[in-house]
Ligand binder design. Structure first.
Ligand SMILES: *Cc1c(COP(=O)(O)O)cnc(C)c1O
Length: 214
């Protein structure tokens, strides 16, 4: 199956209120253009250098999502154009986003990354840490915190992933409002579970573009 066929197969199954970020990391620009040619506009990358190169070469109406761990010293390279930063996991990063957004005379939208997976992952905030950051959001007027992001445990135990996503959804729903409305959970192997548990943004790479060779 081609990229556009696989993409269409997934989008056809998605409820209309769920956005699909096509994760194009490590993949060539020609792959992105194939998805673009059938109308897809949301793409995700996790390396600043790759993202900037692709942004420069590809059509300017693409919405670029930064989905990985973002180092503060690299924010300046993506601040002029980034559509959504998915994984804000520290107040330091929030401060840097504020500074660079102001420099570029724009507002940068972001999600706070929650840590729900049982496996040891380096990044992500606890629910109390997220509440503490949200209480300070007025200190960052050029940053718009529009929701939450998380990664489920990488396991074949569907019940475990379901529990993690369900906990995310419960926490998200208690905070949800006009501005804070995005729940970014679900990847190639677990997006149907995530959508069942209330996700409205999934990040899918290998199911669209094929396996990655690093
Ligand atoms: C790579 C990546 C994805 C996509 O993973 P697939 O399993 O290829 O769908 C989603 N989210 C994040 C944060 C990633 O790094």
């Amino acid at each position: 199956m081609s990229i556009s066929q696989r993409l269409k197969e997934i989008t056809d199954k998605l409820p209309s209120d769920v956005d699909l970020v096509a994760v194009s990391k490590t993949k060539p620009e020609s792959d992105i253009l194939e998805a673009y040619s059938i109308g897809h506009r949301n793409f995700g990358e996790n390396k600043v250098q790759d993202l900037v190169a692709k942004y420069e070469h590809l059509p300017k109406d693409i919405n670029w999502h930064f989905i990985g761990h973002l180092q503060t010293n690299k924010v300046k390279y993506i601040a002029p154009f980034i559509h959504l930063v998915h994984a804000v996991d520290s107040e330091k990063l929030l401060r840097t986003l504020q500074k660079e957004a102001l420099k570029n005379k724009r507002t940068i939208s972001c999600l706070l990354q929650a840590k729900v997976a049982k496996e040891e992952s380096k990044f992500g905030l606890s629910f109390p840490d997220i509440e503490a950051l949200l209480a300070k959001k007025n200190d960052y007027p050029n940053v718009k915190i529009v929701g939450l992001m998380a990664m489920g445990t990488n396991t074949s135990d569907q019940e475990e992933v379901k529990e993690e996503f369900s906990a995310m959804n419960t926490f998200f729903m208690a905070l949800k409002n006009e501005e804070f409305k995005v729940l970014s959970i679900g990847m190639s192997n677990d997006w149907p579970i995530a959508v069942d548990q209330g996700s409205n943004m999934i990040r899918v790479g290998s199911s669209i573009f094929g396996a990655r060779n690093y």
